[in-house]
Write a protein that binds this ligand. Sequence first.
Ligand code: HAM
Length: 433
Amino acid sequence: MTPGLPRGQVAPRNDGVNKDASLNDLQPVRGTRDLIGDDFRRHAHVIDTARRVAATYGFDEWATPIFEDTRVFSRTLGDTSDVVTKEMYSFEDRGGDSITLRPEGTAGVCRALVTGGLTQSLPQKVFYAGPMFRYERPQKGRYRQFHQIGCELIGPSEPLADAEVIACGWDILVALGISGDTVLELNTLGDAESKLAYRAGLIAYFTEHKAQLSEESLSRLERNPMRILDSKDAGDKAIVAHAPVIKPFLTEHAASFYAKLQEHLARMGVPYRENPRIVRGLDYYSHTAFEFVTDALGAQGTVMGGGRYDGLVEEMGGPPTPAVGWAAGIERLSMLLAIFPETESPVTVIPTGADAEPVAIDAVQLLRRAGIRAEIGYRGNLKRRMERANKQNARAAIIIGSDEAARGVAQVKNLATGEQHEVALSDLATHLA
Ligand code: HAM
């Protein structure tokens, strides 16, 4: 007898499957969502549209693993970034290796470029779509498993590449019909020399206001003062409002790079507004930083973000390689969609009588192989099966009884108009196409 249990009662077997525990309270894991029905259709429409537009810009799709060696992210995204310090899903696998579910796609693409020996085959223009994982506090538009589409243009160091990447993002928003809800905010973070000068300027300014800074910002003061500009703390915000901007600290090269980018964007007809406070949450950026924002989604208003990351490929073990890109949250884009393609209405084949069933099976397979969405009514009398066809939103019912089966024909009823015609089975596909 198991101690602590009444006589005759057995303790649940501890083999990972607790048969006595109730499963009635199973829920999706906090911060995850199922994509079903319209949610899935919106999601797929975003990916299909983005893939199509990105292809016109010459981007090829890559798929990299959703988990990587933890160092792919910890080394490169910035050791003061929230993503690395608080949000990574990291674990030791059964072999003792430290693995992380990817919090973003750029690091994995750069890792793949290096390990795949592609650093001498530049430029590489990469499109990707897939799930990402961040342990954040879930709210509307912010999830722990979310999905991104992204574009990375690896190789060119010219501001024209930055402009092209941004224009591609803009054209995707246009194709989705949501560009009117968003504004492109543009900034430069300068080159290494400008960054160093700006950093000193920020440290001097924030040190003067040290007493009013939040604890988190204080901890960033020496390590990464630029991130203080991004603080959500109300007290910090008041101080940030008067902090110096980067422009006067830019080297001539960085300033002319930024000016050229703006010239290209204007030429390509991409509207933008400068926002010197865009610093981005990941540390790998220099020169261009940008976000497409909306006020239609509440607090989580950034739908797309990116910039230039010239040092990342080298940090991944490759040669110095310039690159620029962006990623966008599919959930956030989906929420903005006003229109997306509906599922095609099926036609429903309805056999009446057992001897008609084989003929109906032949007919439904013939239609499917001709590319027509077709269902077969499984059971019930004609009335029940017609009701089911209406429920499936079918456009036509194809009724095949014993008589029709014998004559090689079907009654085709248009469910929108109620009209009915007799059609030879061999002509069904052309009739319905
Ligand atoms: P990011 O700004 O961290 O950049 O994320 C890009 C976009 O992903 C955000 O603007 C947002 O729409 C979406 N997103 C981020 N976190 C969540 C979340 N928890 N729930 C829902 N959506 C979210 C990057 O990831 C960089 N890799 C972008 C990049 C590509 N830079 C250069 N190339």
